[in-house]
Design a binder for this molecule. Sequence first.
Ligand code: PLP
Length: 340
Amino acid sequence: MKDRGQYLTALERFSRAAIGHLPTPVEAMPNLGQELGLSLFVKRDDCTGIGFGGNKVRQLEYYLGAAQDVQADVLLITGAVQSNFVRTAAAMGCKLGMRCHIQLEERVPKISDLHRTNGNVLLDRLLGATLHSYPDGEDETGADAAIRRIADSLRDAGQRPYVIPLGADSEPLGALGYVRAAVEVLPQIEAIGGVDEIVVASGSALTHAGLLLGLRLAGDTTPVRGVCVRRNATLQTLRVIQRIADTANLLGVDGQVVAPQDVSVTDAALGPGYGQMTADTRAAIERTARTEGLFLDPVYTGKVMAGLIKLAEADALCGRRVLFWHTGGQPALFGYSDQF
Ligand SMILES: *Cc1c(COP(=O)(O)O)cnc(C)c1O
């Protein structure tokens, strides 16, 4: 593969705050797998270590590396009320000596008091983050502009802010964490005798895009199926394709290694929308806990497993070897406990 060495060298050029507990394990899920008629494995990215872990640790290693490069002393980040990203940013910031301002967006309709105070919000407070609120959850550009205004006022007050940019038009530094994760998982996949498919959540798409690009740059052709958690399949496919192009561009490698038809997503488990629990999601969370002793979360991985179960029941995965990518998020369970 002509890109092989080149992209790894390119990856090394980016600063990285290497504080995640990596590599994470790959484990078998024999009980649930048997019930579903497939060989099921899990990549435990819920075990990335810091601040209850999850996929954001891999992404934030790169954002915090960039923040350290500019000697930032305060991080700013925007997200949903029960965002795992903001909680993880605050935790990693604490570890690296940076304070954190969090803007919480009203992304989920009709939420309870519990949702506003428990789960990730409780952890944000324990971490000493300053919380701000933003009234609209589907206005990425507006939320980014608002957080930049807070950054400006901190700068005026003599602080050195670093805004962790998450909008669709921002530099996809976080996806680099998943290009690296692809390098990490390949020998693990080989050690379990190969898999036919990887199933992963697809939200901002940095995880999905980074992983898919990383596998293809390494010359691996394992199919990656994204399960939509925020937008329908049509919009999400465009988002993933765009983020792959942006990530390839950032790395200075050829994004054509991923063909557009190689981007596969399903919105069968999306339900009414982001952060809204469905009966299928609840059932998937309970079933995974009761067969494997493994906790999923209500916003992302519960929906991914619900989607995987639907595919298995439709015989689309029959007898196959499937790697379920656990991206973490379990603290949100406590913000949704009134729905179980
Ligand atoms: C953010 C998040 C995702 C989605 O990852 P993206 O890179 O935004 O697509 C999946 N699972 C959990 C637990 C998350 O917190």
